[in-house]
Design a binder for this molecule. Sequence first.
Ligand code: SAH
Ligand code: SF4
Length: 387
Amino acid sequence: MTEQTAQKVNLLGMGLPALEAFFVDRLGEKKFRAIQVLKWIHQHGVDNFDDMTDISKATRAKLHECAEIVAPEVTYQKDSKDGTRKWVMKMPGGSAIETVFIPEDDRGTLCVSSQIGCALDCSFCSTGKQGFNRDLSTAEIIGQVWIAVRSFDQPGEKRQRRVTNVVMMGMGEPLLNFDNVVEAMGLMMEDNAYGLSKRRVTLSTSGVVPAIYELAKVTDVALALSLHAPNDALRNTLVPVNRKYNIESVLDACNHYMSRFSEKRVVTIEYTLMNEVNDKPELAHELVEVLRNTPCKINLIPFNPFPNSGYERPSNNRMHKFRDILTAAGYNVTIRKTRGDDIDAACGQLVGEVTDKTRRSDRFIEAVQLGQTAAELAGARFQRNVL
Ligand code: SAH
Ligand code: SF4
C-alpha cells in the first residue's frame, strides 16, 4: 500500500449520512452527490470514479485524490451442485473470511460474516474453534454483499437481483462488532444502496444481552437467537456466553426487541440438533415450556460435522420426532435444509483462515486456573467495546 492510498477514504463502507458529510465537509460539494455516488457503488457495482458518468470531471478528479472504493480481495469462488455459491475473501494480515449465497425457489439468501473468527467458543462451531482475530470494518461487511451482487450481474445489463435476503450468520458474533454491523445493515436497507426491507435482513446472535437492548434503540432488522438448549445447565456447555447471560435474560431481551413493533413480528429461535446431546424428546417438551412467552418461530438446524468436532448429526427420525413435539404444541417449526455441504459452505462449517490473536487456549488454561470461565472473558470484552 502506498502512502497516498493509506490516507484515502474508502467510500464502500460509508452510509448515506457519512457520505453526505464527506461531500459537503471534505470536498465542498453539494449534498446530493452522495446519493449519486451511493447508487453507482452499490446499485451499479462501480469501483472506478471514471465510470460515474453523471459526476463532473472536476469532482471525479477530487475523488481520485482523496477517496477509493475497495472491497475485500476474493481468493476463491466456488459453486455447489445445488447452486450454493461460496467466496473466500482474503483479509490484510493473512486471515480469510467466508461468505455464502443460498438460492431457493422464492428467494436468494446471502450469509455474511461479521468478524474474523469468533471469541465466543461455542462447542459445536468450527468458526469458534478457530479463535478470534479482529472485527471486520463496515466496508469489509458490506463489501461481501457488493461482491456477491456483482458476481451475478454482467456490466451494462439489467441487474439480476438474486440477493433478496441477508443473514448475519457467517463467521463471528455480529453484536460484538456492533457499530460496524449496524452501519452495514443500514446500507443493506438503504433505498439508494441495496433497498432490502427490514424483514429481509436478519441478525443472528448467540445472546449478548446488553447489546440486544442497544440494538433495539438503533434498528428494526429481524432477530434470530441461537438457543440450542432449553435449560441453562445444558446451554452453558454448548454456548459459553450463557454463563454470563442466561436463557431467561436473553429471552427477556428478545421480547423487548420485538415489543417495539406494532405489527406482528417474531424472533427466530435457532436450535442446532446434535445427536444424543440436545435432541432428546424430553428436551423438546422443555423447550415448549421455555418458549411459552416468546412469540417465535423455530428453525432446527441439523448439526453440520467438521473434523474432531465430537458431535454427530441425529438421524432424520430423531429430528422429526423433536420437530413433531414442538409442532404439536402449536409452534411454527422448520428443519433447515443442509445446503452447499459439498463445498463446506453449510452453517458452522465456515472456517476461513483465522490467525488467532486471543491465544484462547493459553488464556483459557490461565482463566480456569484463576477460576474464571470463557464466558466471563467474553463478557468483559463486550463491556469494554460496546457499553
Ligand atoms: N454468532 C452468531 C451468528 C453466526 S453462527 C450466532 O451464533 O448466532 C450462525 C448459526 O450457525 C448459529 O445459529 C450457530 O449456532 C449455527 N452453527 C454453528 N456451528 C454449527 C454447526 N456445526 N452445525 C450447524 N449449525 C451451526
Ligand atoms: Fe461464535 Fe456464533 Fe460460532 Fe458461537 S456459533 S462460536 S457465537 S460464530
